[in-house]
Write a protein that binds this ligand. Sequence first.
Ligand code: 6R9
Length: 646
Amino acid sequence: MSEPQVYPVPEAWKRRARVDAKGYETLHGRSIADPGSFWLEQARRLDWIKRPELAGDWSFDENDFHINWFADGKLNVAANCIDRHLKDRAAATAIIWEPDDPEEPARRYTYLELHREVCRFANVLKAQGVRKGDRVTIYMPMIPEAAFAVLACARLGAIHSVVFAGFSPEALAGRITDCDSAVLITADEGRRGGKRVPLKANADAAAKHAPALEKMIVVKATGADIAMQDGRDIWYHEASAEVSEDCPAEAMDAEDPLFILYTSGSTGKPKGVLHTSGGYLLWASYTHELAFDYREGEVFWCAADIGWVTGHSYILYGPLANGATTLMYEGVPNWPDSSRMWQVVDKHQVTSLYTAPTALRALMAEGDEPVKATSRASLRVLGSVGEPINPEAWRWYYEVVGDSRCPIIDTWWQTETGGHMIAPLPGATALKPGSATLPMPGVDPQIVDAEGQILHGATEGNLVIAKSWPGQMRTVWGDHDRFFQTYFSTYPGKYFTGDGCRRDADGYYWITGRVDDVINVSGHRMGTAEVESALVAHPHVAEAAVVGRPHDVKGQGIYAYVTLNANDEPTEELRRELRQWVRSEIGPIATPDAIQFAPGLPKTRSGKIMRRILRKIAEGDTSSLGDTSTLADPAVVDDLIANRVA
Ligand code: 6R9
């Protein structure tokens, strides 16, 4: 492999940044050597009702498994994101909202206005009986009310579970039921790229399969004609007209739950990742400031959706805890045309942009003109998240979007980690395209082999984290044993990330992708088992195996092998129907890119599907299938190769 190009920290950045190379080493060294005093000091960045005297108290050991941070501290997360800024920056803009349609006016909310809106929303929830510890599901488009709803839950100490608005009624119902949520917040419709999304109709369909649900609070977003069910559905604009604009913030223990966010794993059922209040907020706030070198008055744009963890930590909690101006965008990157993102940057004078490689690859395919037609002079930092960024997209982001002025902050992290784990700091870290570079303070990564032996120096293996950090998830909702089994049983005493990783001679980390049955489609995590269980739920399907295969824009695409029931014919029509079926079972992001009808799947004699072989065939790499002699019926492989979908 040829040596990657290195981009040293520019002189101007060395002078202006909070943390330089030496500073980073000191910070990281201290955070690992003396985490207790390091984190108690960092905890001062939050506004505590009772300041903690305890920092991390944890053990990843099976017999004494527990994770606590700042356990004796009390705070309210929403008050940290809003109330404490009222003294100095009540009139500063907290949220800029850019609508889907560029012809419509943007909306702005100052911290004072945000306070009012969130208090109102909290009072509406309260009037519906929502109390501390209750679960509230939020199924919303990217409109300001989604942010108000999330923060209103935090204000009351209710646990929010945001479900991405692209998920199907079935997926929504499953998530409502799993966390036993009595209240759902939704909107009449969503808008994305000029299209409408029937959220209320989806919510109605979900409600039929979610017996726990008692109330639906509906925000009027587009004014579409929708059905309201008496006794269950409440218009938000009507309810909010009747409540006070003041609502006290509940005093929460640092370890009280803040939110649940469902994410895909190796098994069929998505996991409810649970984050708690103090440690999570500290992590979101600290990493937002450090990785983007955030300065007061800057406009921060994280172009994710609040349905994903990136939206939680870097549209809402991190930036608002830091008193920043955060931009919330309703639309998609390439509508009405592929210049839109850069126009939004100019329009709102965005200083930091944080987006995903899949969006960059799609825009890159449109050429440089749509970018060059805009100024982008306000940009200082460019962030990347969600999947490994290929060096070609990295260089395009750096040279074309950033005019070779802005560092690319490639941030590796997960729903489970709450915030950035491995990422460069703009004033401290020389960049290498494709590497997330070095661990954040407090993060102790290790690379281990399949047996769990720690590998030193330049090496490649599986990525684990040896010590707890404040932003770590605390449990899987309703299944603490699954939490332990999923993350701490593979390599005893360590958190297993599920990612493969290489470390180079400079100690830089290069994430190579998932080593488990999780695929990454356009930066979204999909469990292969989830798609498989949707497929086998179809009346004609006997068996299914799903693998990822490289896709130019999406990173990975979904390739499904389907065995039909004995008397069913493989037709083009059925192929279309199955794609549509998965789409409506899970959501558009899970739609298979290719479906291959397979009379049989390659299995070991003990009945295990050999995915390694299926992956190779899907990729077209059939010359190196490896050892197929252990297969129960080696002949199925020839059929699979012959009928591969290009
Ligand atoms: C934040 C987020 C987590 C998985 C993770 C990894 C991949 C995320 C990455 C990256 C390489 C990066 N991933 N960021 N891989 N470089 N900068 O995406 O959370 O949806 O839970 O996905 O995404 O494979 O394990 P989540």
